[in-house]
Design a protein around this ligand. Structure first.
Ligand code: HEM
Length: 508
């Protein structure tokens, strides 16, 4: 036998041994894992998943055969999938702390460690400090109220961009691009008081490109996550490519910060009445014991970058799905436009204060989030220690996927679950986004739930309502509503597979 074959056999034996060792750990603890399909040695259930379908579909199909709490083995990664409101309620009410860890994929591991990252921090004091920053500074009602003008300015800009691009009804546009412009500019303004995507700004476009790539790689299945032995080899190059784009995005963030420092030193910020998020980060004054007295530049880069990655794709995707569902269901579009036009009237803009008198608009957004939650599995949670849930053992480090996509389609909860019927939320008008109605948790629930619900719940109706109030909409290329492709594709968020091309006709 020549040396190469011998080497290969030795490598294979070592690989099997390491994979087996990590699986065996889970069987040394007493108790039974939640039910699941029989798994193969080493590869687990990986080959029972269809890789031609997006992960939320193939995981759901497999999990459906075993009930609302299911164990799947992705290589050596033990994963528990939760697929009903009742089990989600049990998780968030009785096991929230233990299950508030994060499963960190290879692509998320920055060269900076996880310093400054709220999304990937494990539950603990560092995460608590960052979370407090979000709830007490970034998304607190008083600051959001003070920034009302920023949101309205960004929505107006989006309307202008649409008017220009469509040449007042002559050209078709990809509406998702304009939602992306809106959310990027909005977060840019909240962060830096700066229009990142001014059509003249090359930096903004570069930042968008690199941030988009990071999101794409974060959502790409990586064999190194399933077989830890492969981590150091980074076989698909995902960690290396992610780092490349992160570095580029950080460089752009640093330029913004440098400019801000210079303008502050030159006194140009004097008289500025409203603090933006960068002011908050630069002025942070921690106790210096459990928390830093000042944020390092890396922490600031990471926080800024994460606000963009967490906020843009989720908000853009939701708005695109809402428009798609409305164009797919013309009577619903008509009903919503008549609510908007009778409540707001002609010659006046939709304002945030109008939103609470637009119940159908709010129901359309909720129905969109029920059928198309942007994060179908939330952000993967992880058991920080072993625990027992509903009598099953959940070993330490198990990945927990809360399948909100399936929970929103559960026929035991929802009549006609696959139909887009905003009317159902008119009846369930107390069903909000606070994560206490476990059959509807698009923002999650418990300690790790989205800290920006208050921002998203202002932006989504303002943006959608303004577009439907300002324009009439038709599908491009004479496409009929019934012929629309309504399938989704998964990057890190669930987006429409086919972009939505539409023609806006000014409302006269
Ligand atoms: C339609 C809009 C949005 C939806 C549906 C949404 C949904 C979610 C969900 C499901 C999670 C994970 C919850 C969990 O793991 O249990 C999350 C986390 C997070 N979201 Fe959002 N989000 C939205 C918009 C935003 C925006 C606009 C921002 C910031 C500008 C943001 C910032 C974050 C952050 C920082 C986290 C991590 C929280 C943590 O790990 O403690 N989100 N979001």
């Amino acid at each position: 036998m020549d040396l190469e074959i011998l080497g290969l056999l030795a490598f294979a034996a070592f690989f099997v041994w390491v994979a087996w060792a990590s699986v065996r750990r889970h069987f040394q603890e007493p108790g039974q894992l939640p039910p699941g399909p029989r798994r193969w040695p080493v590869v687990g259930n990986i080959f029972q998943l269809s890789w031609r379908e997006p992960p939320h579909l193939s995981i759901t199909k497999l999990a459906r055969q075993h009930g609302p709490i299911t164990t799947l083995w992705l290589g050596s990664m033990c994963t528990v999938v939760i697929s009903s409101g009742e089990v989600a309620c049990e998780m968030f009410k009785n096991h929230d702390v233990v299950l508030a860890g994060r499963k960190i994929y290879e692509s998320m591991k920055g060269s900076y460690g996880n310093e400054g990252s709220i999304i990937t921090s494990q539950y603990g004091s560092h995460w608590r400090m960052l979370r407090r920053l979000c709830t007490m500074e970034f998304f607190v009602s008083s600051r959001l109220d003070a920034m009302k003008g920023v949101r309205s300015k960004c929505v107006d800009q989006m309307v202008e961009f649409i008017q220009d691009a469509s040449a007042f009804g002559s050209n078709a546009i990809d509406i998702g691009r304009f939602f992306l412009l809106l959310t990027f500019n909005l977060i840019g303004n909240l962060m830096f008081s700066y229009d990142l995507l001014d059509p003249k700004s090359e930096r903004g476009a570069n930042f968008l490109y690199h941030a988009g790539k990071v999101i794409e790689f974060a959502g790409t299945p990586n064999v190194a996550d399933f077989f830890p032995i492969l981590k150091r080899f980074d076989p698909q190059g995902i960690r290396r490519k992610t780092q490349f784009h992160v570095e580029h995005a950080f460089r752009i963030v640093r330029e913004f910060i440098k400019e801000r420092m210079e303008t502050t030193e030159n006194g140009y910020n004097e008289g500025k009445t409203r603090k933006d998020y960068l002011d908050v980060l630069l002025e942070f004054n921690g106790d210096g014991i459990g928390e830093p007295s000042r944020f390092s530049s890396t922490t600031i880069d990471v926080i800024v970058f994460e606000m963009f990655t967490a906020g843009t794709d989720t908000t853009t995707g939701t708005l695109e799905w809402a428009m798609a569902e409305l164009l797919h269901n013309p009577p619903i579009l008509k009903k919503l436009q008549s609510e908007l036009r009778s409540t707001i009237g002609h010659g006046r803009k939709l304002e945030e204060k109008d939103i609470e008198s637009l119940p159908y608009l709010n129901s359309v957004i909720k129905e969109t989030l029920r059928l198309h939650p942007p994060l179908p599995f939330l952000v993967p949670h992880m058991a920080m220690t072993s625990c027992k849930m509903l009598g099953y053992k959940i070993p330490k480090e198990t990945q927990i996927l809360v399948n909100v996509w399936e929970i929103g389609r559960d026929p035991n909860t929802w009549d006609d679950p696959l139909q887009f019927k905003p009317e159902r939320f008119l009846e369930l008008n107390n069903m909000d986004y606070k994560g206490q109605h476990f059959e509807f948790i698009p923002f999650g629930s418990g300690r790790r739930m989205c800290p920006a619900v208050s921002l998203a719940s202002r932006v989504l109706p303002l943006a959608l309502g303004t577009l439907l109030h300002s324009f009439d909409w038709i599908l491009a290329g004479g496409l009929k509503p019934e012929d629309m492709d309504m399938t989704g594709r998964m990057a890190i968020t669930l987006r429409k597979s086919v972009p939505l091309n539409v023609i806006p006709l000014p409302y006269k």
